[in-house]
Design a binder for this molecule. Sequence first.
Ligand code: SF4
Length: 852
Amino acid sequence: VPAFCHDEKLFTGGHCRSCLVEVDGRLVAACSTPARDNTDIQTETPRLLAYRRDLGELMRTEARPGGWVGEVLERWGVDGTRYTGVRSPRETPTDTSHPYLRLDTDACILCRRCVRACEEVQGQFVYAVAGRGASSHLTWGGIPFAETDCVSCGACADTCPTGAITDIDREKAAGRTELKVVQTTCGYCGVGCQLEVHADPTTNQIVQIEGAESPVNHGHLCVKGRYAHAFVAHPERLTTPLIRKDGVLVPASWGEALERIGQEFQSRPGKVGGLSSSRATNEENYLFQKWFRGALGTNNVDCCARVCHAPTAAGMRASFGTGAATNSYADLERADLILVSGSNATDAHPVIGARIKQAALMGTFLIVIDPRRTELATLADLHLQLKPGTNVPLLNSLACALVEEGLVDTEFVAARTEGWDEFEPFIRTQTPEALEAVTGVPAQRVREAARHYGSVEKPMMVHGLGMTEHYQGSEGVMLLCNLALLAGAVGREGVGINPLRGQNNVQGAADMGCQPDMLPGYAPVSDPAVRERFATLWGRAVPESVGLTIPQMLEAARQGELTALYIFGEDIAQTDPDSGRTLAALDSLEFLVVQELFLSETAQRATVVLPAACVFEKNGTFTNAERRVQRVRKVVDAPGEAQTDGAIFLALMEATGWPQEARTPAAVMDEIARAIPAFTGISYDRLQGDGLQWPVPTPEHPGTPLLHAERFARGQGKLTRVEYLPSPSLQGGSLTLITGRVLEHYNAGTMTRRTPNVTLETADYLEMHPKDAAARNIPDGSTVTITSATGTARATARITRRVAPGTVFLSFHFPETATNAVIGDVCDRVTGCPEYKVAAVEVSLVAGNLGT
Ligand code: SF4
């Protein structure tokens, strides 16, 4: 039974009548009629066949449907129409303004699947059906499609059954049976969406990406995961090793490059360091830290978790005992309140952002804590628009309101927490009224938020880097934990604390021990028993002293105490704070190895550059933000002589006298399962389906979607008293800069800038409130400089009320902007994570450039 307007992902439409069947002689729409026992259902009676032909002819009056609907009409014998002269003119018959999507309303049968997908999957409301009767037609506002609010998720093209809405990749893939289809994990953000990648084996090229059905993304994707794959075959990919000779990087053989690296790193005991990559697989990260520790004898190994969610790990470990998400994404739909803090999820984690939007549209109470009016903030029931850098006083005042208003779950606090006696008198001093002037959030609004959070059955928290990349980042996370403990909102489905991890495998890189004080599985280096256990497993001693963090390594480089650095899959020249000092550190090194896809800003400073395979060119696993370990599968071959990171590390281990027995990603995972108790039950055989959420303590264990159900990993949950300390970054400057990502680009933009995404967002923009712009005579679209105590950035001004007066926002995806030149060296007091989210700045118009 055809059902043109039906899609499993959408609510039942019942618009098109193509699925009419006879039930006990009555005609009913099958899609919206519940089946009952003992019912006579006829699907192919002469009456139905005549009806369908008539319906098909009516459709042919209005449209020339192709795709699956066209095939069905052909089957019904509809090759023309008796109904002529009633066709209504189309507002915009075709549209090719968008870099990915193509629209041809002549093929539209008004099944409204695109309208519903846009609303019900993405929550974007780009499409509508306008007019009545014969003049009904699909509309997107009568403007070029590229100028609509479309976020390019592709859900409309995915569901359109006629080809009226399609995309350029779908067109390329149409009818090509020779394409191979591989399921793998998205290599952009930490959501971990599952992809179905269609590739042409003869040209070794990716043709199309679709969303795979999985508990993570339910077939949905964002503009990066679905469309931003052109970088894979980009002509600027590195294809051969390069070695600097006479100041110039020249092609070299793998043998020469590996020998040189081995010699240089082994000849500098205690003076080498390595920055592991959250872009790489678990297996590759595991091998990297193992090589540094076992062959090079140093714990100087760190990863980008240091500069994003290290405060989450530290804060949650201090409060709960485990520094990872307490729940699964599925709990977003179980919660009856979602508190989002410091996360612009619809831009930075779009598929989860869409799930939060859907929850809010379906009635889940949404509270957003953010200095910026993000998309989620516009949908929120309560937006607590705090001054940048005041998370700590705001969260303290929320906790105070919970206590003062009698909303504490006293049974939970008594049974499962510690520290109440010391905490209570302190928190009662942190009243919303007393802190209103500090945070800028009206006390009544804070109390209202506390009342909602404290009184619903299932309040859930989601947070991002706006919580962690602060002077008191780790302490801020502890205060989120305080709120959950006070409300008894942890250890159950639909409640808890869930960090949205930045990069695709930042969770995994930290899990694998790419941290100077932690071996795989967060085993402390300082514990002799731990070192002994790994020494037995590896057959090599584990160095005793805790290594250097990324900022410490860079400082040691500037001081000449660290002379060789190995960086892979990270462009720190662009992404690390205080760029001037980062560049000085890189330039101080005697030997720098960079392993990359492209000659990045960092790679341009290297002594040796190694060409690496990208996410579509290798096998392995990533761990997403809900602790789900998922397979990464090879789709195409790497270009030229590029190698996987794992293969390079195995070769280096051999070159430095430590050949490994485990030589495939699956075998390395088996070793990881022996090294990390939470991974004991994980093997490639068990990762065929939806992956496994750690801990998986035995080979039969189904994984752990929910943490801390019976007890916290540290025993009792800890209520922590945190005093507010204003950040040194707030001093000086008349404006406060916050930085973050935009939807179309990803971090340093190394990949997304080499795709048509660059036509969707062509540059970094400085968002500025109209009042601040007027005070400085800065017109919209003009070029401005942003100057702090450490440096100057340059961008185009975008005048908007998304930011409050006194606050400006800048993304960091284009090297020419130099966003991180203005970020200072202030770090989280506990983990050393840089304070990217606050900088005191001045903004001035670049003379003679008034824009539009
Ligand atoms: Fe990839 Fe993240 Fe987009 Fe999912 S939300 S498709 S993981 S970038």
